[in-house]
Design a protein around this ligand. Structure first.
Ligand code: UFG
Length: 330
């Protein structure tokens, strides 16, 4: 297929691009490089540096290509930052999609796979796995911005016939098994890379944000999914839309929850060293538990995660960070 990947130079986008190139698709990327890395893109890609909110630029890119579908990863995604600066999140995460959908409608591109998040659910009551019908009540602006886009997509399907697949990611981790691309954030806030950085001596310790949550060890529980399993679900979603599939929403997770302390222990096992820990206050906007049921994706997309063990996920991240301790900037 001839595909446009928005935010393709970012952590998840670059893994998507790698998979699509491996499978022989024609790939163009738009990225403003605010958080992405051009070095993460293979040479086969048509790269356009620019911002999705620049409609003139976007129209030019669409006019010069015959895209069959779009995958949109271009967004800010840090829960804590979104609480401190919500307008940054609404402006970019919602604004960019409004312009993108307008240009897609103008150029008759009628398929989109959209990165959404478990943060749309907010604080979920009880201990059941979260399904796509669990009520969405975001407790941070990041989750709220993604929920708004989900609603915009639904209205755009009705009005313009743009078919969408919304994928609600749980906690994405790991790196391409070849070790050439991985997670490199200018300001890293995610748990697994931060623990690895502490193991590599780049940080003094790992901070544990809150030990007073209503969980067995008092720390937050999350569901970790390998980035290659995640991008594979995008490909399956595209194939489904290509066959005329209706718009749909899917959770993507492993269905197993790990507390912050359990993740620290798992990283310690993988790297073979103890990591210094410091307990801090809770971080604003963090729900206690987020664990997915991905039964719908399994049934309808025929999706099965290949990386089901947390150690395997961490192992690929460890390989990337060991070989790229300074990320893409050598
Ligand atoms: N945490 C720490 N110490 C740290 C960093 C994180 O204790 O130094 C804790 C957090 O408080 C949280 C857990 O580790 O309880 C996971 O935090 P991350 O920052 O790694 O990930 P989040 O759960 O906040 O968010 C991630 C993505 C979001 C997505 C969400 C879905 O960044 O985009 O997963 O669950 F919405």
């Amino acid at each position: 297929m001839n595909l446009l990947i928005c935010g393709g130079a970012g952590y998840i986008g670059s893994h998507m691009v790698a998979l699509l190139i491996e499978k022989g698709h024609q790939v163009s990327v738009i990225d403003n490089l605010s958080t992405g890395h051009q070095q993460a893109l293979p040479t086969e890609v048509n790269f356009y540096q620019g911002d999705l909110r620049d409609e003139k630029f976007l129209n030019e890119v669409f006019a010069n290509n015959q895209f069959e579908a779009v995958i949109d990863f271009a967004a800010f995604s840090l829960v804590g930052e979104s609480v401190e600066n919500p307008l940054k999140y609404f402006d970019n995460n919602v604004g960019s999609v409004i312009h993108l959908l307008k240009v897609m409608a103008n150029h008759h591109v009628k398929k989109i796979v959209f990165s959404s998040t478990a943060a749309t659910y907010g604080e979920v009551e009880g201990t059941n796995l979260i399904t796509e019908t669990t009520p969405t009540k975001p407790i941070n602006p990041y989750g709220a911005s993604k929920k708004m886009v989900e609603d915009i997509l639904e209205w755009s399907d009705q009005a313009y016939g743009i078919k969408y697949t919304v994928l609600r990611y749980f906690n994405v981790a790991g790196a391409h098994p070849a070790g050439l691309i991985g997670e490199d954030h200018l300001c890293e806030t995610h748990l697994i890379p931060l623990i690895i950085k502490a193991a590599l001596g780049e940080r003094e310790h790992i901070k544990i944000f809150g030990e007073d949550y209503p969980t067995p060890d008092g720390t937050c529980i999350r569901d970790y999914i390998h980035v290659m399993d995640l991008v594979n679900a995008h490909l399956l979603s595209l194939e489904r839309l290509e066959k005329g599939g209706a718009s749909a929403i899917y959770n993507l997770g492993n269905g197993a929850g790990f507390s912050v302390k359990e993740i620290v222990e798992a990283v310690e096992q993988v790297v073979g060293a103890e990591i210094p820990k410091v307990t801090e206050a809770r971080r604003a906007g963090d729900p206690a538990i987020l664990v997915a049921s991905s039964a719908k994706a399994t049934a309808e997309l025929n999706w099965q995660p290949a990386y089901t063990e947390i150690q395997e996920i961490i192992q690929t991240a460890w390989k990337w960070h060991q070989s790229h301790p300074k990320g893409y900037s050598k």
